[in-house]
Design a protein around this ligand. Structure first.
Ligand code: AMP
Ligand code: ZN
Length: 485
């Protein structure tokens, strides 16, 4: 059976692996919670964004037209009811909150670009959707599922429970939640009622006018608003780190159900990536237990090429906890080099024999196995083991043990899996693309054109060769060809 259209995803909502069927044939809508932009990314964040980059790349590879929406949380949310992360940073760095947001949004893009993470199709910001958030909150109040107190608005979980069931994603029972004695604001009706809108204190710089006075939106509402605005009331995949499952995703889901009265659970498939740990503890900025990309790629002890870091992240399944270690990186580098060398061998190898002979490596079977691994809820570690199997064979290829057709197939799929789906990059290519000056790039381009012109002449393709000569003459480069015959 052709494995390619048999993608199964582990759905956190049902706790099962399910066959992926998009709502609209050929189209996929995916929403992933983006970062709060008050700091540089740490490696843990990168793991999550790389995991969803692979999902995005693979869905496109399967031929779907994908709309990938990943938000930017640029409204500060209260950390300890006193000061939010963005305001705190603006105080420490002595810059405007919006400067903090801009600075770290640029840094976020730059860091993901270093790791070859493709940008989403839409990257909406919370501050760009204040009107829509206020609208949604108003509707929740109209439905008696939210209430206002002293300029703040809260989601009413007891009322929601009368119509729907809270906790279906995280499997938290509402009665147990209510039993927990939380240190909560006295203005809430129930301790677990979450904020939709918060009244701004006089010192809170990031605030907006609303029907309830000056304030700012709660965290969960932005994602319900932006996901449904760009993907519809129900969409295919919602993703994020597992630490967001509760309360953030549970609250997003409750808000969506409350607004759209739907039974379809907002997103059909929920995907949660597990945590990257350091010394056995979750990487996190707030605890200081983290590493940044620069610690790896600019390390004074041993700098690693960014694709090696990316390859390291792919060694564990996205639903397993992964611990960061230097030895792990060193091993990843060896593996990365092996794979890249084998691709070089493939690129330079042109078999002369095209008749059927004894293939000791069944390429079609191997391609099927690779697809099977990815289709099994993105079992990338298994895919990598198949890549190594191919690598092993590639190092032994010669004219006798592989036919022309199969070598071309192997080359094509190694390139698909390694570059298109896993998003790894060759060192030379990366250097060429990103680090060369425009002048150097231009020189390379002109050389390539001249080479192309000479090839055309050798093939007596005078139309092309003359055209290139003419185009080059427009920019002042004249070619003086020697006689060929
Ligand atoms: P934040 O800016 O904290 O909301 O994080 C952005 C994304 O990174 C979220 O999807 C988080 O779940 C994810 N994330 C945060 N810490 C880690 C970690 N240690 N390992 C993997 N993902 C993480
Ligand atoms: Zn979110």
């Amino acid at each position: 059976m052709n494995e390619i259209y048999n993608l199964k995803l582990y759905n956190s909502l049902t706790g099962q692996k399910e066959l992926f069927k998009p709502i609209h044939k050929k189209y996929v809508g995916i929403y992933v919670c983006g970062p709060t932009v008050y700091n540089n990314l740490h490696l843990g964040n990168c793991r999550t964004f790389i995991s969803f980059d692979i999902v995005f790349r693979y869905l496109k590879y399967l031929g779907y037209k994908v709309r990938y929406v990943r938000n930017i949380t640029d409204v500060g949310h209260l950390e300890n009811d006193l000061e939010d992360k963005i305001s705190k940073k603006s105080r420490i760095e002595k810059i405007e909150p919006m400067e903090v947001v801009h600075k770290y949004t640029l840094s976020f893009h730059n860091l993901l670009n270093i790791l070859n993470v493709q940008p989403p199709n839409i990257e909406p910001t919370a501050t760009g959707h204040i009107i829509e958030q206020i609208d949604m909150i108003k509707k929740l109040i109209e439905k008696n599922l939210a209430y206002e107190v002293n300029g703040s608005v809260y989601f009413n979980l007891k009322e929601y429970e009368k119509l729907y069931s809270y906790g279906i994603l995280s499997k938290n029972k509402i009665d147990n939640l209510f039993k927990k004695k939380l240190n909560f604001s006295l203005e809430k009706k129930n301790p677990q009622d979450f904020s939709l809108w918060k009244k701004a204190s006089s010192s809170h710089i990031m605030n907006w006018n609303s029907p309830w006075g000056k304030g700012f939106p709660g965290w969960h509402i932005e994602c319900t608003v932006m996901s449904t605005k760009y993907l519809g009331e129900t969409f295919d995949i919602h993703g994020g780190g597992i630490d967001l499952k509760f309360p953030h995703h549970e609250c997003e889901l409750a808000q969506a159900k409350a607004i759209y009265n739907n039974k379809s659970n907002f997103a059909h498939y929920w995907m949660h990536t597990n945590m990257l740990t350091l010394n056995g503890k979750k990487m996190s900025k707030s605890t200081g237990n983290f590493l940044e990309i620069k610690d790896i790629i600019q390390s004074y002890k041993k700098p690693f090429f960014p694709s090696i870091l990316r390859f390291f992240m792919l060694q564990s399944h996205y639903r397993s906890v992964m611990n960061f270690s230097n030895q792990g990186l060193i091993n990843a580098e060896k593996g990365y080099n092996k794979i890249m060398n084998s691709i070089k061998i493939l690129k330079n190898f042109s078999p002369k024999i095209s008749k059927k002979n004894n293939n000791i490596f069944d390429v079609s079977h191997w391609i099927n196995d690779c697809h099977k691994a990815i289709n099994d809820d993105f079992n990338i570690p298994l895919l990598i083991s198949y890549l190594f199997k191919a690598t092993h064979f590639i190092h032994s290829i010669n004219d006798i043990n592989i036919e022309k057709h199969n070598i071309n197939l192997l080359k094509k799929y190694m390139i698909h899996f390694v570059f298109d789906i896993l998003g790894l990059q060759e060192k030379e290519k990366k250097i060429e693309n990103n680090y060369l000056s425009s002048e150097k790039k231009l020189r390379i381009l002109i050389h390539r054109l001249i080479k192309f012109h000479m090839e055309a002449r050798k093939q007596q393709n005078w139309i092309i060769s003359d055209r290139i000569r003419k185009e080059l003459s427009y920019i002042g480069i004249s070619l003086h060809d020697e006689k060929l015959f």
